[in-house]
Write a protein that binds this ligand. Structure first.
Ligand code: DX5
Ligand code: ZN
Length: 218
């Protein structure tokens, strides 16, 4: 099943509740929250209080993408603030197994993600413990970048390995996803689509969400 997760990085943060409500009415399955610490990536976005506030205003699952150096310290705190699924980078400074254990201990879903220069195989030892894999299709840090089509073989590799292990997996893609680029990631095996500028950048969110879904369904 396809899921659309609009990235609020591209929304009007002064009207966060209205923006997320409009996306909910447009039929999205989750909300993607990009957390950046100015250290793991060269940008600073939002953090714990925003997730806590959002939690009170929407029933949509909060899909929190941690682009931070120390997920072991902060992932449990994002769980406490109401995140439903917490995704962290295998390239972070924390021990991946310890982060998985910390998220699981909070009873939340766990995702792991790789930057464009990291091979798919970096995720393989952990697949059986994950609910979601996020294959970045841009260098993390900024919205509005160009989709990297050469990430598709990594999506295929993750899908193939999950099949071999018999592990059901959501495979999410993030960066430059729009109506033109989504068919390629679907063919490669992705089923969860993050989109920032392609959704919040449009005047009619319902039309934008429907257009992205139609393009994914082919
Ligand atoms: C990039 C973030 C993305 C970003 C996507 O570091 O992880 O979620 O908001 O933005 P678009 O869809 O505009 O490429
Ligand atoms: Zn993201």
């Amino acid at each position: 099943m396809f899921k659309i997760s609009p990235s609020i990085l591209a929304c009007d943060f002064a009207n966060l509740e209205a923006e997320v409500s409009a996306m909910q009415r447009a039929g999205v399955e989750m909300v993607h929250v990009d957390v950046m610490d100015g250290h793991f990536v060269p940008n600073i976005s939002i953090g714990l209080p925003v997730v806590a506030s959002l939690r009170k205003k929407t029933a949509l699952p909060l899909d929190v993408h941690l682009m931070i150096s120390d997920p072991l310290t902060y992932a449990p705190q994002f769980c406490d603030m109401g995140a439903d699924i917490v995704t962290f980078h295998v390239e972070s400074e924390s021990d991946p197994q310890a982060v998985i254990d910390a998220i699981r201990a909070k009873g939340k879903k766990c995702g792991m993600t790789i930057k464009p220069r990291t091979p798919a195989e970096a995720l393989f030892p952990y697949l059986s413990q994950l609910d979601m894999v996020l294959v970045m299709t841009v260098e993390p840090g900024f919205g509005g970048q160009k989709f990297m089509a050469d990430m598709c073989p990594k999506i295929e590799a993750v899908r193939r390995e999950c099949g071999r292990l018999g592990v059901p997996m959501d495979i999410e893609v993030d960066g430059g996803i729009d109506e033109r680029t989504v068919p390629a990631v679907v063919r490669a095996g992705a089923n969860v689509f993050v989109a920032g500028s392609a959704l919040f950048g449009k005047p009619d969110y319902a039309a934008a969400v429907a257009g992205l879904r139609a393009a994914a369904e082919g």
